[in-house]
Design a protein around this ligand. Structure first.
Ligand SMILES: *Cc1c(COP(=O)(O)O)cnc(C)c1O
Length: 399
């Protein structure tokens, strides 16, 4: 059989791609065009909440495609109200704006923060952002991102950001001392692209308190760590706090493009007619994907699954790899785990693929596992069985 080449000469060359072309999937497994099977521990980058070809999601989406895909926001979209009501209930917040991606959700959050500042008489509002943050690749969101590689070549950056380190309340106080122009604090509960870096529970509570004292918006980017991945609907809920603005995307539609900004009482009324909009955002197909994803997650108890299988996976990784000299830390929560090595390990992506496992490497030296939330204990063990020998072999090689 002639192997089908994985190449895209007419597609703009913006990704360092692994030379694999995937053809179909079932559950947490995918097959490439040559019939090779892979265990999917990447989940389309924390997107495929329900894995591939889910038997409850597929007929629902087929039904929706046949009814209505898109209508525009000139009309009411009842499915928007359905999904918004669910997100409000899950978050304890009040209103939702729908868009199509993570950066769009963050862009809307940044607009809310600026307008909130203007509404309060701040002519040039500023937003606190974090080292190693990732918020997207539009000009505004890459400016909020804390990674020079993402920003390089796209200067001038958008102004109005103050950058601070993670988990350091004194640094935040100091960076904003006596500054009347601060409107919002903006971070990921667990940084994804930055290397799976969690904000500590105590820090989350301290920032919530500070934001209340100063009347700043607390804006938490749950695009990657939200939607059940850590075992609660939203990762900040482990700290018992509630943000004022929460961008969502990745896992919300199980693979159908969707983004959302959820807002609480302090922020929900900031954007008024004419202030913001989108052509595709909130279309019936994406809304149905969101509604069904949440319904199936509840029916199949996937929050509990993410927590228990995630804990099992983390413990197994600790057992197999935790003692190695160049394994710095195994961290994260639920099914959002990072294994930080003592040296750059981008080469592991191809080696894992050769061994039938899809993973990613972020921040140069962190193996990231963000599999579908339907992962079983047996499949978690299979991930470890495929990954551990590769990591051991890699670390045993001379530098
Ligand atoms: C992926 C990601 C984004 C950007 O989402 P896109 O859909 O790629 O625009 C923003 N914030 C976080 C935390 C992300 O992980």
């Amino acid at each position: 059989m002639a192997l089908i080449a994985a190449a895209s000469p007419h597609v703009m060359n913006t990704y360092g791609r692994v030379p694999i072309a995937l053809s179909h999937g079932a559950g947490v497994r995918v097959w490439d065009v040559n019939g090779k099977e892979y265990l999917d521990a990447l989940g389309g980058i924390a997107v495929n909440t329900l894995g591939h070809g889910h038997p409850k999601l597929v007929p629902a989406l087929q039904d929706q495609v046949a009814k209505l895909i898109h209508t525009s926001n000139y009309y009411h979209v009842p499915l928007q109200e359905q999904l918004a009501a669910r997100l409000v209930e899950m978050s304890g917040m009040t209103n939702v704006f729908f868009c199509n991606s993570g950066l769009e959700a963050n862009e809307a959050a940044l607009k809310i923060a600026r307008k909130y500042g203007h509404d309060r008489g701040i002519a040039l509002p500023q937003i606190v952002v974090y080292e190693k943050a990732f918020h997207g690749r539009s000009i505004a969101t890459l400016s909020a991102t804390g990674n020079e590689k993402v920003q390089k070549g796209f200067e001038p950056l958008v102004e109005g950001f103050i950058r601070v380190p993670l988990n350091d309340i004194e640094a935040l106080r100091k960076a904003t001392e006596g500054n009347p122009n601060v409107a919002a604090v903006f971070f990921e509960t667990i940084q994804g692209e930055g290397g799976v870096n969690p904000m500590r529970i105590e820090y989350l509570q301290q920032v919530r308190k500070l934001c209340d004292e100063r009347e700043w918006l607390l804006m938490i980017d749950e695009v990657q760590c939200g939607m059940g991945r850590t075992g609660k609907w939203f990762a900040h809920q482990w700290a018992g706090i509630r943000p004022d603005v929460m961008p969502l995307a990745k896992g919300l539609g199980s693979g159908v493009p969707i983004g959302a900004v959820v807002a609480g009482p302090r922020a929900a009324g900031v954007l008024q007619p004419g202030n913001h909009g989108t052509t595709f955002g909130g279309n019936p197909l994406a809304m149905r994907a969101g509604v069904e994803t949440i319904r199936i997650m509840e029916e199949d108890k996937l929050l509990e699954n993410a927590a228990t299988v995630g804990a099992h996976l983390k413990a197994a990784l600790e057992r197999e790899l935790g003692g190695l000299r160049d394994v710095r830390e195994i961290r994260g929560q639920g099914l959002m785990l990072g294994i930080e090595l003592g040296k750059p390990c981008g080469a592991l992506v191809q080696r894992a693929a050769d061994a039938g496992l899809l993973i990613s490497v972020t921040a140069d030296s962190v193996i990231r596992l963000v599999p579908p939330l339907i992962l079983s204990v047996a499949e978690a063990d299979e991930i470890v069985a495929r990954l551990a020998p590769i990591v051991r072999g890699f670390l045993a090689e001379p530098q």
